[in-house]
Design a binder for this molecule. Structure first.
Ligand code: ADP
Length: 397
């Protein structure tokens, strides 16, 4: 058995881990959830037994426990060829994956205040695997890298220019690995070359973003300087009036409180007062909760507005693509969103919308739709494994 590739994806309160063969074939995966909270849990996919974690387990705790479990069940027998890490913010420093060394770690740390929920946990994952596997090449794959092709009209804010020049205040965009994968998969499904493919990609998970891809390049995206801008998300507000900050400050709210409200207490959770989880929200809406219904409505309306806005960056549209936990699984969200876009010519096929979201993905547009509409399961782990393999090959050659 040859050496394998380990992929680590540290979310704000979760850790996803996947193991691939040296040919990037999927072998196994594991997930830890509610990290840093009471009731943290971890499990290896396909095995019923939970992996025991301490109360309030950290990302590093979960990582060690899951790696030990993979050793015990002989998933990792012959050591590791490479480790790939998802890193959320790479600023303007990284437009490609990077082989991790002390300088790369410092550059990732320098971006920490741009992605306060994500870069610190990403670094925790990197540091934990560096001490566990000091001799294995580790590669960072950045969510921002794919969006480094944004043109100035899309990345500049209408702010004094020195804020960009001296402080890096611009739009960066996120979920690049997933949007990039949507391009590859949509091109495959539509039988086109990536360089001739133009899509709007909606990644809807706990974090949500929409990206316009013109001829294989990201040209506009809904997230900005930080992953807070744009769509309504699980706990993040997305767009608000910047005047809100001054208004709340005058009312006695500290900057830190406003930051926490916008990042952790808003979005679906804030609007519903019940949950940040779309599945639960839909159940509550069906049980008659008006707040849950309203949260769902605001989520879909904002998404529709952004899909419309993305049309401004395209000359043609080969497909609108839905992905992420919500995009892949929620026929309700897809249908409600597209109801707002009839004027643009998007029309969904109800039976197809009901059945799709399975592993193969597929078309959900009606025959009368002006554009194809696709559901495509994302696979960020695979893209990271491929980048890690490439990075490790460069080291070994
Ligand atoms: P992350 O951004 O953490 O990777 P995911 O992509 O796994 O998150 O998406 C999580 C979201 O997907 C949650 O809001 C969850 O409720 C939602 N989701 C998963 N399955 C369904 C479903 N069948 N219907 C509606 N929402 C779903």
């Amino acid at each position: 058995m040859d050496r394998c590739i380990l992929v680590i994806n540290c979310g704000s309160s979760s850790l996803k881990m996947a193991i691939f063969s040296s040919k990037c074939e999927f072998i196994a995966s594991a997930i830890a959830e509610r990290l840093g909270q009471p009731g943290a849990s971890a499990s290896v996919k396909g095995r019923r037994t939970e992996v025991t974690l301490p109360q309030h387990a950290t990302h590093a705790d979960a990582l060690s426990a899951l790696i030990e479990c993979f050793h015990e069940n002989n998933t990792i027998t012959n050591g590791l060829l490479a480790i790939g890490h998802r890193v959320v913010h790479g600023g303007e420093t990284f437009s490609q994956p990077a082989l991790i060394d002390d300088t790369v770690i410092e550059s990732i740390r320098a971006c920490e205040n741009l992605a306060p929920l994500h870069n610190p946990v990403g670094l925790a994952g990197i540091e934990a695997t560096r001490s566990l596997f000091p001799d294995v090449p580790q590669i960072a794959v950045f969510d921002t890298a794919f969006h480094q092709s944004l043109p100035p009209v899309a990345y500049l804010y209408a702010l004094p220019r020195y804020l960009y020049m001296e402080h890096g205040v611009r739009r960066y965009g996120f979920h690049g690995t997933s949007h990039r994968f949507m391009l590859t998969e949509a091109a495959r499904i539509l039988q086109k070359h990536e360089a001739d493919t133009s899509i709007i990609s909606a990644h809807l998970g706990n974090g949500c973003s929409v990206t316009a891809i013109r001829n294989g390049k990201s040209v506009d995206t809904s997230m900005g300087l930080t992953p807070l801008e744009g769509l309504v998300m699980g706990t993040r507000s997305g767009d608000v009036d910047p005047g809100l900050f001054d208004y709340l400050r005058r009312k006695g709210f500290s900057a830190e409180t406003v930051h926490n409200i916008l990042n952790q207490e808003s979005g679906l959770l804030g609007l519903s007062g019940i949950t940040n989880d779309m599945r639960t929200l839909i159940e509550q809406a069906d049980d008659g909760s008006e707040a849950a219904q309203q949260a769902l409505d605001v989520f879909c309306f904002r998404l529709a507005r952004y899909i419309g806005a993305m049309m401004a960056s395209l000359e043609q549209l080969d497909a609108l693509v839905f992905t992420g936990g919500i995009g892949e699984n929620s026929e309700r969200v897809r249908a409600r969103t597209l109801d707002h876009l009839l004027l643009l010519g998007f029309k969904i096929d109800t039976p197809a919308n009901r059945v799709h979201g399975d592993a193969s993905g597929g078309h959900i547009e009606a025959t009368a739709s002006r554009f194809p509409i696709l559901v495509i399961p994302t696979n960020e782990e695979l893209v990271i494994a491929q980048a890690a393999l490439k990075g490790a090959k460069n080291v070994h050659d």
